[in-house]
Design a protein around this ligand. Structure first.
Ligand code: ARG
Length: 424
């Protein structure tokens, strides 16, 4: 109550004094123009009330009452976007360990991870799967300024079949009667879950059209959901303006999801020619998480990952990397999704160098994590770009990231919506 009164008083105070916009003039040695893939010298970014008003080069203009931020010796880029994170999960609690963590506890974990992610230069993330709408709470707390974190687009509970990779964890015997929150069998049940998730404030729908690596008793190659079910789910989601992300490793499930009209394919490990062709025709984006395999095979066992999952990863990891190269060469649209949460939050940018290792130029990898991801979110022009009209989401590194993409692993400056969260 008391806080609310204070906030009201503060609003009234601002309203009576300042009609003037809050102006920031930001300068740096260089800027990566992510669209052209070129380095621009001496950028001058003018920001008003958290929005970029103009981007010029050369001398900074004299603007009365403006705040000047000079990032001498640094290169600026748009804040990065990760299309596939699980902020409410930690990398040291896999398998049976996760059963001991309540959804409430997981949401508090999310508070910690939201900050880590923002400080690593990721100013926008898509959170694809959380229990009890903890992701909605986290998103709202960040938007209301209660806690620092990236701009979040959230899915709520992932929707999937009984015993499937999404929601149902399959870890307990039947007498526990454990069923995942997002379990729905049949087209109408799937529609109903979409409606339920929308009612409680999600920004998108996450589903699973194949088994997974980390779920017990599922096969990565086996489809989950029929086309009929997937089509109903996608149609329902799209009718509410919600995009659909489908977890899919196996080629058949990838094709089913694309035929049903999903917007993004997560993992896409065994994508075949038909999948590649369909993705191109539909303009669907792939989020191929090609870094996480290093964590799973290196530290997964100690983190509680089940032996059967480690076995699956030994098959999936390298194939996914080979198919990343193939799909990229074939011209499929790529955004940037890491599955952070399976591995430590804040390490999201490590995947950029792997994308370069497996066939992209540095500029292409940066485009995947900025303009392409913005487009895949339906937010092109407002995030993932330093241009007039976009949100002032700006990060900086020392040196030229087009020459050394791994520089993105050491972000020295983070601004989101015009507010500075990190400045080294
Ligand atoms: N969450 C995913 C799953 O359980 C992780 C897959 C990780 N492996 C990989 N190579 N991308 O299926």
């Amino acid at each position: 109550m008391k806080l609310r009164t204070l906030a009201l008083a503060a609003t009234a105070l601002f309203a009576s004094t300042a009609a003037q916009a809050d102006t920031v003039i930001l300068t740096a040695d260089a800027m990566v123009d992510v669209e052209s893939g070129r380095l621009v010298a001496d950028p001058v970014v003018r920001i008003e009330d958290g929005t970029i008003i103009s981007v010029t080069t050369g001398e900074a203009p004299q603007v009365e009452d403006a705040k000047y931020v000079d990032l001498a010796g640094k290169t600026i880029l748009p804040g990065l976007i990760d299309m596939h994170v699980h902020l409410t999960s930690d990398s040291d609690t896999h398998g049976y360990r996760r059963l001991a963590i309540s959804d409430e506890r997981a949401t508090i974990t999310g508070v910690v991870n939201a900050k880590k992610t923002l400080m690593a230069g990721f100013t926008t993330v898509r959170n694809v799967g959380a229990g009890s709408f903890g992701d909605v709470a986290l998103r709202d707390a960040i938007n209301e300024g209660d806690i620092p974190g990236p701009r979040m687009l959230v899915s709520g509970p992932p929707i999937g079949i009984t015993g499937g990779h999404c929601s149902d964890n399959n870890l307990l015997p039947p007498e526990y009667e454990a069923t995942g929150e997002g379990v729905a069998d049949g087209p109408w049940a799937a529609r109903s879950k979409v409606r339920y998730n929308r009612k409680f404030g999600v920004d998108l729908i996450k589903t699973c059209s194949t088994g997974g690596v980390l779920s017990k008793g599922t096969k990565v190659g086996a489809p989950q959901y029929t086309i009929e079910e997937l089509t109903a789910l996608v149609e329902e989601a799209h009718s509410h303006g919600l995009k659909v992300a489908s977890h899919a490793h196996g080629s058949e499930g990838i094709v089913n999801a694309l035929k049903a009209g999903v917007d993004t394919i997560e993992h896409a490990s065994f994508i075949d020619d038909e999948g590649i062709q369909l993705a191109r025709e539909n303009g669907a984006y792939l989020n191929m998480d090609i870094y996480v395999t290093e964590f799973i095979l290196g530290e997964g066992e100690a983190a509680g990952i089940l032996p059967e999952s480690l076995e699956k990863e030994r098959v999936v990891g390298q194939t996914q990397r080979d198919n990343f190269r193939r799909a990229h060469e074939a011209g499929v649209k790529m955004s940037f999704g890491t599955d952070a949460g399976v591995y430590p939050h804040g390490d999201n940018a490590k995947q950029l160098s792997r994308m370069v290792q497996f066939g992209m130029t540095s500029a292409e990898a940066l485009r995947a994590a900025t303009v392409n991801s913005a487009d895949a979110l339906g937010r092109a022009g407002t995030v993932g770009i330093i241009a007039a009209g976009a949100s002032a989401d700006i990060i900086a590194v020392a040196g030229n990231p087009l020459a050394d993409i791994s520089l993105l692993e050491n972000v020295t400056f983070v601004m989101k919506t015009g507010d500075i969260y990190k400045s080294e």
